[in-house]
Design a protein around this ligand. Structure first.
Ligand SMILES: [Cu+2]
Length: 338
């Protein structure tokens, strides 16, 4: 089907070129003078510009309206609402500038097409004009930057993060694991040299705060509480991307990155809001990290606190009480702390 369509378009263009050639030939034969011909071509082209503008602007509006429902639903985190507001302001500025500049671009091409009876007006420069078109974008951009920075400072405020429920998000090619800090809300240290078959996150067996840590294959969060993601990578750079919560942070090997946020809408509630009974939150890798990058993701659920507690209780401890601690881990240095 696509091949047919491409062929049809190519043939259509060829036909148009032939028609143009024939028209050229006809006008050559009719002995019209060259300047008249050029005038005619200019008129056609200038109307073509106008037509292109009308069709282009119509399609811009149409596609935006048509595909709006396919964009993300309302933000499911506290800061996400503010991020969306900033995004809306940015879009508003962009849309206004887009329509003004596109209109002027095509209107000028139409209105001021070559006319042999008209002399163009020449001026070398205009300081006032240059001042205006430098000052206006500067003020607008500085305003956008400032509001963005204020929001970013709020998002990265450590005071809130320290109170948050600590969850380690451990990334590797090509999946995520989560580690929950347990009742002490302290994640045990981990170090890559401790990694073994029985200890995939390299958790320090000598660290007491690791004893109540739990390991999971999904990210589950209680609604309305601060969550701090403590993010690590085992191999290459990945990125923890939670589109519904408007959150993203790189996972960088050899260092710890963090992101804290407060989920505000449970999965059950979001199913109602979106009218989609199959709706699920998702965490995606947002760095092209290798051949199976496209499939690197993890399910995410937001529950009421009681449901969350019950879920966490059922998850596996990092060091199962009945299983012996990994035999090879004691001799390794425990250099890195989370
Ligand atoms: Cu990845």
């Amino acid at each position: 089907m696509n091949l047919l369509l491409t062929l049809a378009i190519v043939l259509g263009v060829l036909v148009l070129v032939r028609i143009a050639n024939i028209a050229q030939l006809a006008s050559d034969l009719s002995g019209e003078n060259e300047e008249d011909e050029q005038d005619k071509a200019n008129v056609w082209n200038s109307w073509g510009f106008l037509l292109f503008m009308v069709v282009g602007l119509f399609l811009s509006v149409y596609t935006a309206i048509e595909w709006m429902p396919k964009t993300l639903p309302v933000a499911a985190s506290e800061h996400g609402v503010d991020v969306d507001k900033l995004m809306d302001i940015n879009w508003l500025v962009l849309i206004i500038v887009f329509f003004i500049t596109q209109f002027l671009l095509f209107w000028f091409a139409f209105r001021y097409r070559y006319n042999r009876n008209r002399r163009s007006f020449y001026f070398h420069d205009n300081n006032r004009l240059e001042f205006v078109w430098t000052a206006v974008p500067t003020v607008v951009l500085a305003g956008l930057l400032y509001t963005g920075l204020v929001e970013w400072n709020k998002i990265t405020d450590r005071a809130l993060a320290d109170k948050g429920i600590k969850v380690q998000v451990y990334s590797k090619q090509f999946d995520f694991s989560t580690r929950y800090a347990g009742p002490d809300n302290k994640l045990g240290k981990s170090f890559y040299r401790n990694i073994s078959d029985t200890n995939p996150l390299g958790v320090d067996t000598a660290d007491q705060s690791a004893m109540d840590d739990k390991i999971a294959k999904e990210l589950v969060m209680p609604v309305g509480e601060e969550i701090e993601l403590v993010i690590n990578s085992r191999d290459v750079i990945h990125s923890v991307y939670l589109p519904h919560f408007r959150a993203q942070m790189n996972a960088v090997p050899g260092m710890t990155t963090r992101f804290h946020f407060k989920p505000t809408i449970t999965t059950a509630k979001m199913k109602e809001i979106t009218g989609n009974p199959k709706f699920e939150y998702i965490m995606l890798c947002n760095k092209v990290c290798g051949v199976a990058h496209y499939n690197m993701k993890m399910p995410v659920r937001v529950l009421e606190r009681a449901e969350y507690d019950a879920w966490l209780k059922g998850e596996k401890l990092v060091f199962q009480k009945d299983a012996a601690a990994p035999a090879d881990s004691a001799a390794k240095p425990m250099a890195a702390a989370i």
